[in-house]
Write a protein that binds this ligand. Structure first.
Ligand code: PMP
Length: 318
């Protein structure tokens, strides 16, 4: 935990996990002035703790903070807090495939007065929680063409608390209809696939790996997304960062050119997609094989994260 007041961060400390005492007027509760991150720590066979791309999470937290008028957290404070916490928590990290320690850093307003203006006081906190595999089987998704997750000029590229509250209702409706996740489309035309609620999404069509660009400010710059694109290019796979039209996705499902579809994110790493609902129709995807592109990527990423193969990209922080 660290506190921000009078223009600076101070009083960095470790506290037991416990409920917080907050002023009921604070801007997090009323106006959503809050940003967060999600990352994972793993244990290798030698018992060492490996954190995957924590530097990228630290940078993204500060990018989100800027958008929400929240003061940035210095890299040193973030990394030292993380180091001390993981040292304390190391016995909670299971050294088993699929298991890791989820790490949740966040910054939120703690002002004492109501008012729609940037708060003057904040807290930065990190807490952790041991987790297992996210999905035990491939997921079904529904293309969402009514609600919008992120509008151009909005906060879609930030990991801002309110983005997720706004997505709950449509996601719940999709779950009631039997789908695990939504595939969000753009807020203007609802004609272009953007991402899912907790993952970026990728499609392998005619041997090209297609994923939405992050230049519109409506899509989270996923760290897993970046890692997968880096590995794909190294494997010689053609990568196309462009919007996939809903009609193009539907055509590729009808004519069999869609080979694989999957989500990428810290929680699931790679979530294979088995079914896509578009405009009232369900399309079933080909079954994922052990030697499929996404299985290979998943195995490679897992091997890097658990320290089983060389970390040639400097993604692991010990
Ligand atoms: N999109 C959204 C909306 C997310 O919440 C997440 C999870 N952080 C992602 C994509 C995937 O990002 P990452 O790979 O950095 O976990």
């Amino acid at each position: 935990v660290a506190d921000y007041a009078d223009g600076e961060w101070s009083n960095a400390r470790i506290e037991p996990y416990a409920p917080l005492s907050l002023n009921p007027a604070n801007a997090t509760l009323h106006y959503g002035q809050s940003v967060f991150e999600g990352m994972k720590a793993y244990k290798n066979e030698a018992g060492e703790i490996l954190v995957f791309r924590a530097d990228a999470n630290q940078k993204r937290l500060n990018e989100s903070a800027k958008r929400l008028c929240i003061p940035e957290v210095p890299e040193e404070l973030f990394m030292e807090g993380l180091r001390q916490l993981l040292e304390l928590d190391k016995d909670w990290i299971p050294n088993r495939p699929g298991y890791s320690l989820y790490v949740r850093p966040f910054i939120f307003a703690t002002d004492d007065y109501l008012g729609i203006r940037p708060s003057e006081k904040y807290k930065f906190m990190i807490f952790t929680c041991p987790v297992g595999a996210y999905y035990s089987k491939p997921v079904s998704v529904k293309v969402e063409c009514q609600y919008t997750r992120a509008a151009e000029g909005g906060t879609g590229a930030a990991k801002a608390a309110g983005n997720y509250a706004a997505s709950l209702l449509p996601a719940l409706q999709a779950q009631k209809e039997g789908y695990d996740q939504l595939l969000w489309t753009d807020g203007k035309s609802h004609q272009h696939i953007e991402e899912s609620g907790t993952m970026n999404v990728m499609f392998l069509i005619n041997n090209a790996l297609i994923t939405a660009p992050t230049t519109t400010g409506t899509i989270l710059k996923g760290i897993t997304r970046d890692s997968v694109l880096t590995l794909a290019k190294e494997m010689g796979v053609k990568v196309e960062e462009r919007f996939l039209r809903v009609t193009e996705l539907e055509d590729s499902l009808r004519n069999g050119t869609l080979q694989e579809a999957f989500g990428t994110g810290t929680a699931a790493t790679i979530a294979h997609i088995s079914k896509i609902h578009i405009n009232g129709r369900d399309y079933v995807l080909p079954e994922i094989k052990e030697d499929s592109f996404s299985s290979k990527i998943l195995n490679t990423l897992d091997a890097i994260k658990y320290g089983k193969i060389a970390d040639t990209h400097d993604w692991i922080i010990k």
